[in-house]
Design a protein around this ligand. Structure first.
Ligand SMILES: Cc1cc2nc3c(=O)[nH]c(=O)nc-3n(C[C@H](O)[C@H](O)[C@H](O)COP(=O)(O)OP(=O)(O)OC[C@H]3O[C@@H](n4cnc5c(N)ncnc54)[C@H](O)[C@@H]3O)c2cc1C
Length: 391
């Protein structure tokens, strides 16, 4: 008979990685076996994907090395199905992993299906190899003084447009969005943001949705064609269909509906974290960010360890703290926020903000390393309770 408690973690993004290393340390004296499944053995720093797209080389973090010394087993493969009744996960269609508890951390990706032409003609930041190839094409287009359209005025679109314009001053860069870029920020931060976009000579096409992406242009709702040798698509999000397919309760977006301790409401042996989970708080529903995902991961590792020791677990609490937006490598704007992500009075700009943003981006790999040895605090907001708990 198997006496080990088998915990399988799906996805080694920001949240799956943190759960794995933190849980390994927290359960080091307990009979548990932790398995982490991910398609690539390279840890993808999604926060820096726009840097790859602009032509920068990033540090090469390998997951097996990051897990070194933790005892976590790494399975390289693509999860093809979950059977929550039999408590089985299938990897690459044939390898079956039984579990006692499952942590579902499959994240999200940019949606390419809703607008015609996106899947065929636009590039995304969904994986580093595509971003690398985009960077190669971008350099060639820049050499000829060509044009690029970045679709999506959210933080990712803004960061990508700024990074590209800074790196390739000869390119004509247009940021296309339905709403005003930076609309979620306070007025002063927004004014700073738009001055920075002007300085980088980024044209804005706002107030209309994209109806089609063509090989050499982007079509807007009023029929205007924005010429684009390359189109980068950052608008809209989709999640893996695996949870819904498995009969796990999901919301209208496909995110797993969880209770206050982040367990699936339909299948409590499954916990969902990060972008894949629909997490409700007193102030509303969390939207997918690393800022909110890391605390869900730390909380889940701590909650599993506590429950295995027969201890009580308190509900998950979180509040947002900031909206950090890089504007190339030398500039940024940080809007500080209330727990519900609405802007507070304070914001930070310029070099100090760029340094702040760089610190935010480099924190997760550092947190993984430190979490092998100590309990690391990963929650900034005073709107939520700290996830730091005593061993
Ligand atoms: C360019 C960019 C900039 C961003 N900047 C910020 C920022 O400044 N601040 C912030 O808070 N957030 C930012 N975000 C959002 C942030 O990256 C996400 O919220 C975060 O990555 C979510 O973490 P996660 O662990 O839930 O998912 P992910 O990091 O997406 O990890 C999911 C993992 O699951 C794996 N996976 C998926 N499907 C399967 C499968 N079927 N089988 C096996 N493995 C699978 C994936 O390969 C991946 O490794 C940014 C995103 C982008 C794209």
């Amino acid at each position: 008979m198997n006496t080990e408690h088998r915990i399988v973690i799906l996805g080694a993004g920001y949240t799956g990685m943190l759960t794995a290393v933190r849980l390994a340390r927290r359960t080091r004296r307990l009979p548990v076996r932790i398995t982490l499944v991910n398609p690539s053995d390279r840890f993808i720093e999604r926060l820096r994907m726009h840097q790859i797209a602009a032509g920068q080389e990033l540090a090469d973090h390998r997951i097996p090395e990051m897990l070194d010394g933790t005892g976590v087993e790494f399975v390289r493969g693509w999860v093809t199905s979950v059977d929550p009744e039999a408590r089985l996960v299938t990897v690459d269609g044939d390898r079956v992993l039984p579990y006692d508890e499952l942590v579902y951390a499959l994240g999200s990706a940019t949606d390419t299906d809703k607008v015609p032409g996106v899947a065929e003609h636009a590039w995304t930041l969904n994986d580093p190899r595509t971003a690398h190839r985009f960077a190669g094409r971008l350099a060639a287009v820049a050499a000829q003084g060509g044009s690029v359209a970045v679709c999506g005025g959210g933080l990712t679109g803004i960061e990508a447009a700024a990074e590209i314009a800074e790196r390739h001053p000869g390119l004509r860069v247009t940021l296309i969005s339905t709403g005003e870029p930076g609309a979620m920020m306070g007025e002063r931060a927004r004014v700073y943001l738009h001055r920075a976009l002007d300085r980088l000579a980024i044209t804005r096409a706002t107030g209309q949705s994209v109806t089609k992406v063509l090989p050499d242009a982007v079509e807007l709702a009023d029929g205007t064609l924005v010429p684009a040798d390359l189109t980068l698509w950052t608008a809209g999000v989709r999640v893996s269909p695996l949870a819904a397919r498995a009969g796990i309760e999901t919301d209208e977006r496909g995110l797993i509906v969880v209770d206050p301790t982040l367990k699936s409401v339909s299948h409590p042996a499954i916990r969902a974290i990060g972008d894949a989970a629909a997490v409700r708080q007193a102030w509303g529903t969390i939207h997918g960010t690393c800022q909110s995902g890391m605390p869900t991961a730390a909380y889940t590792a701590d909650a599993i360890a506590k429950e295995l020791r027969g201890k009580r677990v308190r509900p998950f609490r979180f509040g947002y703290f900031h909206q950090p937006v890089s504007l190339g490598r030398r500039d940024a704007v940080i809007q500080f926020t209330n727990a519900d992500d609405t802007p507070r009075r304070f914001h930070l700009t310029g070099r100090a903000a760029a340094l702040y943003k760089e610190t935010v981006s480099s924190t997760p790999p550092m947190a993984f390393r430190l979490s092998k040895r100590m309990t690391v605090a990963v929650q900034l907001s005073r709107g939520g309770r700290s996830t730091r708990t005593k061993d």
